[in-house]
Design a protein around this ligand. Structure first.
Ligand code: KIV
Ligand code: ZN
Length: 518
């Protein structure tokens, strides 16, 4: 019997700390349900003390997710731990994850606390958390730069106080596999009560080694890996869930453990997270990149045709590529449409939203030969079918480009009940459309990122556009999808403006400062 490797997904907490990747309550519910379908063991749904919105989102995830454990992060203080406990209360399985920094640099400059004070706060937080649930995790933030003797003391004390999982984070992505594996070997042999906890690794990717370091920890006794879908996360991101899962599975000859993940849900989950957060997946990304299973060179193609295993170590269908063709057609009815959405974990808030989504589905089915699940995900992410936060809406637009002429766009938008029209010329039709919108809204935002990806393959695919805007330190991502990429761009721009309008202040747990986020 191999050990179970616990997959702890932190896409909705550490992943959400990426600029503009903040998720609404409904988006978290959709991701939470999909993560459950993926069969991850633990879902860290957020940081409850960050804001009332975060608290509500975690609670909502705790209400709908039944199989996976739902977890909230909490700094090692009474208020955070209580908020986390209240947020996860409705969950069938609940966890509180409390943390405090243990490195000299963090203790001295950030916390202004001595070692003894840190140790005391850690123990107190774990004890308090145990009043809400038996499933308590403790993390020593910046463990990578902490003194090992002190780490051993903190871990021994927090296990004695009731922590059942001990997480060792490489918060700044500084380690290398040999060192990281060695640290686990040391901790497991030196902490006297080490056998009373599951040891967990949490690696950041600043030097591109988050996955390698996590796997080295697994080789040395870690039985929980903290990771995110698509490797989303602070700065260069966290260890990528799909790479960890597929490495352990593909090299089962090497790893002494197995995960409970349903790998066929990997690609659908990756696409959902990308659509919701506005973080596209690079084409050559392992496992989930569009080219991960594409063979370009003639020699490779020839080899794969003769025998797939000449060049393939995993099968595309095993990770969910091509598994998601929609069997609905142009003539399908509303009920069939609703039930497919529900199979995808999507429940629209009202009959009105369902009608709007169904109308869009019909419109799309007229334009596009085949409709895939990704098309549906993009369709329901469209602001017009989730109108709760919508202020600006695209009514219609005309874009014109002709060689030798300056591109032109005329855009009509609705602002509440008012319709406005504006025209502009620009470097290209997208630039012209954005300028026309700005003439109407004068948002004062700065465009940080504009990117287009095709949602599926073929020239009839929908283009999915991401627009990242910044204003006064706040960063938001807007998404838009359409078979016409200029229309998709205008939708993405308006979606970002809408999100900017509903942004509320929330706190980053690791900076401890008020930071505005969408
Ligand atoms: O990177 C880190 O140290 C964290 C902790 C809060 C676990 O995300
Ligand atoms: Zn982290």
């Amino acid at each position: 019997m191999q050990d179970q490797l616990i997959i702890f997904d932190t896409t909705m907490r550490d992943g959400e700390q990426s600029p503009g990747a903040s998720m609404t309550r409904d988006e978290k519910i959709r991701i939470g349900k999909q993560l459950e379908r993926l069969r991850v063991d633990v879902i860290e749904a957020g940081f409850a003390a960050a804001s009332p919105g975060d608290f509500e989102a975690i609670r909502a995830v705790a209400e709908v997710v039944r199989e996976s454990t739902v977890c909230s992060l909490a700094r090692a203080n009474d208020n955070d731990v209580r908020r986390a406990g209240e947020a996860v209360a409705p969950a069938a399985r609940k966890r509180i994850h409390t943390f405090i920094a243990t490195s000299p640099i963090h203790m001295k400059l950030k916390l202004r606390m001595s070692e003894d004070e840190v140790l005391e706060a850690a123990v107190r937080a774990v004890r308090l958390a145990r009043q809400f649930t038996d499933d308590v995790e403790f993390s020593a933030e910046d463990a990578v730069r902490s003194d090992v003797d002190f780490l051993c003391r903190v871990f021994e004390a927090t296990i004695a106080a009731g922590a059942r999982t001990i997480n060792v984070p490489d918060t700044v992505g500084y380690s290398v596999p040999e060192r990281w594996g060695g640290l686990f070997a040391q901790l497991l042999s030196r902490v006297p009560n080490a056998d009373q906890a599951v040891w967990s690794t949490h690696c950041h990717n600043d030097l591109g080694m988050a996955v390698a370091n996590s796997l080295a920890a697994v080789m040395n006794g870690a039985r929980q890996v903290e990771c995110t879908v698509n490797g989303l996360g602070e700065r260069a991101g966290n260890a990528s869930l799909e790479e960890i899962v597929m490495a352990v599975r593909t090299r089962s000859d090497l790893f002494p453990c197995r995960t409970g993940v349903d790998a066929t849900q990997i690609v659908p989950t990756s696409k959902l997270v990308s659509t919701i957060t506005g973080y596209p997946v690079q084409p050559n990304k392992a496992v989930v990149g569009a080219n991960a299973f594409a063979h370009e060179s003639g020699i490779h193609q020839d080899g794969v045709l003769k025998h797939r295993e000449t060049y393939e170590i995993m099968r595309a269908e095993d990770v969910g590529w091509g598994a998601n063709r929609l069997t609905l057609g142009k003539l399908s009815g509303r009920n069939a449409f609703r039930s497919r959405l529900s199979e995808l974990g999507i429940t629209l808030a009202s009959e009105e939203a369902l009608n709007a989504a169904f109308a869009k589905f019909k419109e799309l089915a007229d334009k596009k030969r085949e409709i895939f699940d990704e098309d549906l995900q993009a369709l329901v992410s469209d602001e017009s079918v989730t109108p709760e936060h919508e202020r600006f809406k695209l009514v219609s637009m005309v874009a014109h480009s002709e060689t030798g002429e300056q591109p032109f766009a005329s855009v009509v938008i609705a602002d509440g009940g008012n319709e406005m029209r504006s025209e502009a010329r620009g470097a290209g039709p997208v630039d012209a459309a954005f300028q026309a919108i700005e003439q109407m809204v004068s948002s004062g935002t700065e465009l940080l990122l504009y990117s287009v990806n095709n949602i599926t393959t073929g020239t009839d695919s929908q283009g999915e556009v991401t627009v990242r805007l910044a204003k006064e330190g706040r960063v938001v991502n807007g998404m838009g999808a359409d078979t016409d990429i200029v229309v998709a761009s205008a939708k993405a721009y308006l979606s970002a403006l809408n999100k900017m309008g509903i942004s509320t202040a929330r706190m980053n747990p690791q900076y401890g400062t008020e930071q505005a986020a969408p």
